[in-house]
Ligand binder design. Sequence first.
Ligand code: NAI
Ligand code: MG
Length: 499
Amino acid sequence: MSSTSKLGLSETYGAFINNEFVPVRGPTFAANNSGTGEQLARIAQCGKPEIDAAVLAAQKAFPAWKATQPEERAAMLLQLAAAIEADTPRLMQIDSMDIGRRLFETKLDHTIAVAEYRYFAAAAVVHEGLNRSIPNGYMIARREPYGVCGQIIPWNVPAIMTAHKVAPAVAAGNTVVLKPDENASLSTMELCKHIAKIFPPGVINVVPGFGTEAGAALTSHLGVAKLSFTGSGEVGRAISHAAAERLVPVTLELGGKSPNIIFPDIEDIDAVVDNAMFATTYCNGQSCLAGTRLFVHDAIYKEVMDRLVAGMEERVRVGSPFGDDTILSNLVSEKQGKRVLNYIDIGKAEGARLLTGGSRVDIEGHKAGYFIAPTVFEARNSMRIAQEEIFGPVLSVMRWSNYEEMIAEANGVRYGLAAGLYTSNLRSAWETAERLETGAVWINRYFNLASGSPFGGFKESGYGAELSHATLDLYTHLKSVTIQTRVDPPWFAPKAAGK
Ligand code: NAI
Ligand code: MG
C-alpha cells in the first residue's frame, strides 16, 4: 500500500456529516485502482440512517448559513478553491488511480473545479432579484435559498461534478447533502478534509454509498427541498418521479449523443481531425459531452477519414493513466468495459463498417483495466451505435452532402446536450448553430466550455443549466415583498351622509 499511503488516503471513509467522518461500523465497499485492481481504501456503504443524519445536520446548519452575507460565503468558496489548487498534485493522482483517466485530464478536472468555485464566489455577490416601482411604493423580489439540497453525481469527472453541484448551491445560501458515485468517491471524500477546515459544520455533508440505498434514501427524504442529479436517463427519470411526488424542483443532466459536423470549406483538415479525435477520446469517451457522431462532408470525406483513422492508430496511444505519452487509458470498471465491447458487437451486427479499433487492449501490469482501442465505425444515423450513449471511445461517422438531410440527422436523436461544427463561413456557422437542438454549440473548437457558459441539455438530456450564474436562479426561490409608503384609504368607506 506504499503508493496509496503516500497519497494520504485513509484506510476507511465513513459519511462526512457536521464536518466529521462518522466512524465506520456497518458494511463497506472497496475503492479499487481501476487499472490494476489494487484496493485503495474501503468506503462505508451508507443508507437511510446516514442520509437521515446528514439531512438533519444540513437542516440545522441552514438558518445560520442562509443568514450569512454572500461575501462571507464567497470568501469560503475562494478558500476552498485555493485549498484544492494547492492539493491538485495529490488529488489528480487519486482520481487517476480510482477512475483510470490519464493525469493530464484529472489535473484539468481539478483546474476546472477550482475555476468553478471561484466563479460562483463572484456570482454569489452579484446575484440579484428583481424590483420595480409600483404606485406609492416598491416591489422587491428577493432570492432566497431553498434549504437542504440533495445532490447525486456520477463517476466520470468527480472533481467537476462535485463543483457543479456544491458551488452554486452553497453560494446561494443552501446547505448540501451530496452522494458521490460508488465507482469514484475517493477524491470527494478527500475534499471533505478541506471542507472541514473552511465551512461551518453541516453546510456540506457527503454520504457515500450505492444508488439504490443512499441515493434512493436521499431522493425520497422529506427534508430535502431541491434535488439535482447527473447520470443515466433511467435513474434521472426515477429521480424526477420522486421529485414530482414531493413537488420539489429538480435539475437533471442526463447524457448525450452529440453531433460534430465538418463542412467542406474548412481550412486546416489536420486541426479539425484533431478536434474530432479529442471529442471522441477525452475522458476515455466517458463524457456526456463526447462528440460521438461525426458528420463529414462528401467533398472532403476521403481525406478526413484517412487522417482520422491514421490519427487514431498512430497518435491516440493507449496506456497506463500514469504513462507520459498516454492519450487513452482504461474505463472506470469492468461493467463499463463490457458495456462498450457489447456496443461494438452491436455495431458490427447491424452492419456498421469498422474502420479501426474495436477490441480490448492488454496493458502490462493492468490486468483489471478495460482499455479499449479508439474505435471508428462508418455508420448510419439510425443505427443503435449512433443513437444510444455508449460512454467509451467509439465514434460513428456519417457522410453528408445535402445540408437539410444532415441537419435532420444531427437533430435526429433523443438527446440534445452539445454539438460541434467546423467551417470558415460565418453564415453556415451561425445558421447551423441556430438550428441545432442542443444546449451548447461549439463552433471551430470542441469542448469549448468557457467558465460561466450555461451547461445543460435539450430533449432527453435533461433540464436546468449548470455552470452559469443563471444556475443560482435554480438554487433559489424568488420571493416578492411589496412596500407601500402608506395604507390606502378604506375600500369599504362608509357612505356619505344623505346619500
Ligand atoms: P447511474 O445513473 O446509475 O449512476 C449515477 C449516480 O446515480 C450514481 O451516484 C449512482 O449511485 C446513483 N444512482 C443509481 N441508482 C439510483 C437510484 N435508484 N436512486 C438514486 N441514485 C441512484 O449511471 P451508471 O450506471 O454509472 O452509468 C450508466 C450509463 O449512464 C453510462 O454508460 C452512461 O451512458 C450514462 N451516464 C451519464 C453520465 C452523464 O454525465 N450524464 C454520467 C454517468 C453515466
Ligand atoms: Mg446504474
